[in-house]
Design a protein around this ligand. Structure first.
Ligand code: SF4
Length: 483
């Protein structure tokens, strides 16, 4: 027995069934093992409580382990973002980022999650649910402002905690609801004030004790009949390093060391879920495959991990987005998958000359090929393709560039996420001026393309877009403080 695998993480149901069969155990044990690994997230085989003790011991003695990666370090940003350095059995490590309240990139993506923000961005016709969410949000904000508070949570009139309700309940200057505004992933608004107008004492205590994961709020809230309305996003890595060599990306400086296995991709997500004490589907967790690596250059493992995350861990595919730099053949394959996240394409330039300079892979798959694949991509109802555009000061951030992007995307069901460059050591580009970002956005919005400026998350800990790089390879003098 155990010829095929010494670790359980990464096995799908069929593979687990073979393992159980080879061990001479009844078939239903496979289900128990899958639940023990992916739902219970047991620390070891001996902790899978649904298996009889003698079997647990037998499996352990035969060398079977779950294969959890190890959280080696955590860096906590002022904005609540947590960057994890996660190590695997061979000593290689990657980084995974936890962003409470999402990453701001969900807006306008065709899911319910984006409805309210889409409305506030003022650049598309809101759905009825979005309109209701916005109306409810206004009412909620007014009630929260008037509500009595216990404890010294925040002094600016909102429920603080990582921005579940923003500090003034207002829309930010990009026209988005800042800090997610307390509208949940379903476009609904929390109903906590129906039962209790105060922040729960449990939450106050949990927060005072430093537990800001959002689970604290939820646990406290549950006891006071609060309805959870927060969400979080995990940014997932797919390779150790990256071979694509985008010129504005810190990860690119690493080169590629190896692909992650499906188990390692799932393992990093579960490690973060465990650390944050959250459990989907009850807790609303979004995944973005936008960490280290190009997922479409590790396609089979990435797709297997997606299936495991959907079917075993319980995160809906509609809550996942994968970003590719433009591996055109895999975009075609991806469109045929029965279970797939939403697609984002890292565009970053408005013409081939510029894109070749910023993203050398454009020589292989130029804009014509890339956008043809995007136009062919079979979108689901209300789905849009996201185009990510990292703005680099006076390189790709002019109105002319914006006008060219409009032409590239004309007629496509697309939205654009603008990301002002996150600076870092070894990167030769600068962050654009705010007025240029706003002007760029305005050109696209005017042309009818939903366009959002993503909030930088965890910039102070190198956790923002394009900044992920194994912490051990950042010079000590440049490394931000750890916790
Ligand atoms: S931006 Fe993404 S694809 Fe490009 S080098 Fe960085 S990790 Fe790789």
């Amino acid at each position: 027995m155990l010829k095929r695998s010494e670790t359980l993480l990464g096995l799908d149901r069929a593979e687990c069934a073979v393992l159980v069969d080879e061990a001479g155990e009844p078939a239903y044990r496979a289900q128990q093992i899958m639940e023990g690994v992916y739902r219970q997230r047991a620390e070891s085989v001996e902790e899978i409580s649904t298996l009889p003790l003698p079997l647990r011991r037998k499996l352990s003695e035969q060398g079977l382990s779950i294969g959890w990666p190890v959280v080696e370090k955590k860096f906590v940003s002022q904005d609540g973002t947590v960057r994890y350095l996660i190590a695997f059995a061979d000593g290689q490590s990657i980084e995974t980022v936890w962003m409470p309240s999402g990453d701001g990139g969900e807006a306008g993506d065709g899911t319910e999650a984006g409805d309210s923000e889409e409305l506030f961005a003022g650049n598309s016709v809101p759905s009825p649910s979005a309109a209701k969410a916005a109306a409810d949000f206004g009412a909620l904000t007014a009630r929260l402002k008037a509500a009595p508070f216990q404890g010294n949570i925040e002094d600016r009139g909102g429920v603080n905690v990582r921005g579940e309700v923003n500090d003034q309940g207002e829309v930010n200057d990009q026209g988005e609801v800042n800090d997610q505004g307390g509208v949940n992933d379903q476009g609904e608004v929390g109903e906590q004030v129906e039962d209790d107008d105060r922040i729960s004492p449990q939450s106050v205590r949990a927060l005072a004790a430093g537990d800001e994961s959002g689970a604290a709020l939820k646990r406290g809230a549950t006891q006071n009949q609060w309805v959870q309305y927060q969400r979080a996003t995990i940014c997932v890595s797919s390779q150790v390093g990256c071979a694509v060599d985008c010129q504005f990306c810190l990860t690119a400086l690493l080169g590629v060391k190896r692909n992650l296995s499906a188990g390692e991709i799932v393992g990093q997500v579960c490690a973060v879920l465990k650390d944050q004490k959250v459990a989907p589907p009850q807790d609303r967790i979004n995944l973005v495959f936008m960490g280290m690596g190009e997922p479409f250059l590790n396609y089979d493992n990435f797709i297997k991990a997606v299936r495991l995350l959907v079917e075993e861990v319980g995160i809906a595919e509609s809550r996942m987005t994968v970003s590719t730099a433009g591996i055109v053949p895999r975009i075609h394959d991806f469109g045929l998958e029965a279970i797939r996240p939403k697609l984002a394409i890292s565009l970053n330039a408005s013409n081939d000359e510029l894109r070749e300079r910023l993203m050398p892979l454009n020589r292989k798959w130029n804009l014509e090929k890339l956008l043809a694949a995007a136009r062919d991509f079979p979108l689901r109802n209300r789905e849009r393709i996201t185009f990510e555009y990292v703005l680099l000061r006076e390189v790709n951030d002019s109105r002319q560039n914006a006008a060219e992007v409009v032409e590239l995307l004309r007629g496509m069901r697309a939205k654009v996420n603008l990301i002002a460059l996150n600076p870092g050591p070894g990167i030769d580009f600068q962050t654009p001026a705010e007025d240029r970002v706003a002007a760029f956005q305005k050109v696209l919005v005017k042309a009818g393309i939903p366009t959002f400026v993503r909030r930088p998350r965890g910039r102070d800990i190198y956790a923002a877009c394009g900044q992920l790089k194994r912490t051990v390879e950042i010079l000590p003098a440049e490394a931000p403080a750890t916790t």
